[in-house]
Design a protein around this ligand. Structure first.
Ligand SMILES: Cc1cc2nc3c(=O)[nH]c(=O)nc-3n(C[C@H](O)[C@H](O)[C@H](O)COP(=O)(O)O)c2cc1C
Length: 174
């Protein structure tokens, strides 16, 4: 089972990256072939619906998405929605997402933006027939320890999500 774990925060002290790392460890420990993609390490152009598709980093990411059976998206909540780095990546990689199983984890400043993952889910379901794992992890500041590690409770929820992603993704990939 080939799973791409995307860390979509550009902040060097990102909390959602810590969630992505936890999921990566769980998936790897469960025998999945899990690949970590940190968008902070890419300099992707803003999607312009044209020449940006020819950018080498955009082409590389599109191949990565195509080759994965499933993906875990970890992202920051900005302005009550997923941060634009994730949306830009989705715009650049487009139909490579077709039919993937997708799980989501996110980090937010407060509790009020808990619907933020739904815009990502809607787009992936309606545009690309993705199957969205029907649970996500929404973590806020108090869910992280002083060193930035996720609390035990949030860590366990990330593990449960990773297990579900693997279970559903494996079933659907036949
Ligand atoms: C531009 C910006 C917008 C934000 N908007 C929200 C928001 O609408 N709701 C919220 O709960 N937190 C918001 N936050 C707080 C972030 O979600 C929080 O810092 C989170 O840890 C970001 O994820 P990251 O640490 O992985 O980068 C915002 C932060 C920034 C920088």
């Amino acid at each position: 089972m080939n799973i791409a774990v995307f860390s979509c925060s550009l902040n060097p002290k990102s909390k959602s990256r810590r969630l992505a790392e936890r999921a990566l460890a769980r998936l790897g420990g469960s025998g999945a072939d899990a690949l970590f993609i940190d968008l902070a390490k890419y300099s992707l152009p803003p999607c312009d619906g044209g020449s940006a598709y020819g950018d080498p980093a955009a082409i590389e990411l599109k191949e990565t998405v195509k080759n994965a059976s499933a993906a875990l998206l970890a992202f920051p909540v900005y302005n009550y929605a997923a941060g634009s780095a994730l949306k830009n990546m989705m715009e650049l990689t487009g139909d490579a997402w077709t039919g993937k199983t997708v799980g989501m984890v996110c980090a937010a400043g407060g509790k009020g933006s808990y619907m933020a993952p739904m815009t990502v889910a809607n787009s992936l379901m309606l545009d690309f027939r993705c199957v969205i794992v029907p649970r996500f992890v929404y973590a806020i500041g108090e869910d992280f320890e002083g060193d930035g590690a996720p609390s035990e409770e949030i860590g366990q929820r990330v593990d449960e999500l990773a297990d579900e992603l693997l279970r559903i993704g494996t079933a659907l990939s036949g």
